[in-house]
Design a protein around this ligand. Structure first.
Ligand SMILES: [Zn+2]
Ligand SMILES: [Zn+2]
Length: 316
């Protein structure tokens, strides 16, 4: 039976297949206890190194197949894999209403259909436009954190939400560039969550992904709790375009992909490097974003909350 389950999992490209999930529901009940034990043993495995992390993720995905589906953020039972329960769905903080036409920040008053925020009027970012389906809060923040901490398969549903709010951005001929991790961070985590989102987006819209054209050449300490000015200093000179990739960037409109937009310092540094290398324009597509351009007090609050969250997620 295990072989049959593994084949179904492989055929679905690593995602949990709906039909298979239905067929396997009965068997899953029997295997539930075994899977719970399996999860417990996974929690005890060593986490260092890409190979171990990759193997662990693969086994977690397999264990997910055996478990009845749970809400992506709270774990409550749901009928469809990779979905939200009613409460989490209702609590998703969608970005709606008037927005800055450049950085996408929600504006307090819809005095014009397309306005710039004060931040973009004073100091325009290098990216041409930015959009995100959700604010970085509630279940949307949980999704971002879980994608970073082992839930790689959440990238599919997250990319679907991003694709819906950016019509015409991800299509054949368009180039998707994920915000890169420094190789030390990549070695620890085992994967780049922005690359997972870019690949899932490319599958939806037929665009091309450039996974390693943009490099993070400077290892920057954690940016939690830093102001926008501090973050800008932190990422100064941190990114460059790979030797030889510039020719392929010339004259192309690039979509920079990341999980979350906070102060925009990282995205701005990436966009500058891409523009210097010849890109015609850079658009920024993220899953979540903060609600204000200068979000320092908000970032301080979530930094302390996330420190607690890491602990919770590590035990998940
Ligand atoms: Zn839920
Ligand atoms: Zn703006």
């Amino acid at each position: 039976m295990l072989e049959e389950l593994a084949t179904a999992y492989d055929q679905a490209g690593g995602a949990v297949p709906r039909a298979a999930a239905g067929r396997l529901a009965e068997r899953a009940k029997i295997l539930h206890l075994a899977a719970v034990g399996f999860h417990a043993s996974l929690a005890g495995m060593a986490t260092a190194g890409r190979i171990v992390e990759g193997a662990r993720a693969g086994m977690r995905g397999f264990a997910d197949l055996l478990m009845p589906p749970g809400c992506m953020t709270c774990g409550e039972p749901v009928s469809t894999p990779h979905s939200f329960c009613g409460d989490c769905w209702g609590a998703l903080p969608a970005v709606s209403g008037a927005r800055c036409r450049q950085c996408g920040v929600p504006l307090p008053v819809a005095w014009q259909a397309e306005s710039h925020c004060l931040g973009c009027l004073k100091d325009p970012p290098p990216f041409a436009r930015a959009t995100a389906p959700f604010l970085y809060d509630g279940p949307a923040r949980q999704m971002v954190l879980r994608l970073k901490h082992g839930r790689e398969s959440w990238a599919g549903p997250m990319a679907a939400a991003m694709h819906r709010v950016a019509p015409g951005w991800v299509e054949p001929g368009r180039l998707l560039v994920p915000v890169p991790l420094h190789r030390w961070r990549l070695a620890t985590r085992g994967y780049n969550q922005a690359l997972l989102l870019a690949r899932a987006l490319a599958r939806l819209g037929g665009a091309e992904v450039a996974p390693d054209w943009l490099l993070r050449v400077k290892h920057t300490p954690s940016t939690r709790g830093l102001t926008r000015a501090q973050r800008l200093r932190n990422v100064s000179g941190a990114f460059r375009v790979r030797e030889g990739a510039g020719g392929q960037l010339k004259g192309r409109r690039v979509v920079l992909v990341d999980d979350v937009l906070t102060t925009g310092a990282t995205a701005s540094a990436c966009a500058k490097a891409l523009l210097r290398a010849g890109a015609e324009a850079v658009d920024l597509l993220t899953y979540a974003r903060v609600a204000a351009t200068d979000a320092t007090p908000y970032l301080e609050r979530i930094a302390s909350e996330e420190a607690t969250n890491q602990h919770v997620i590590a035990q998940d």
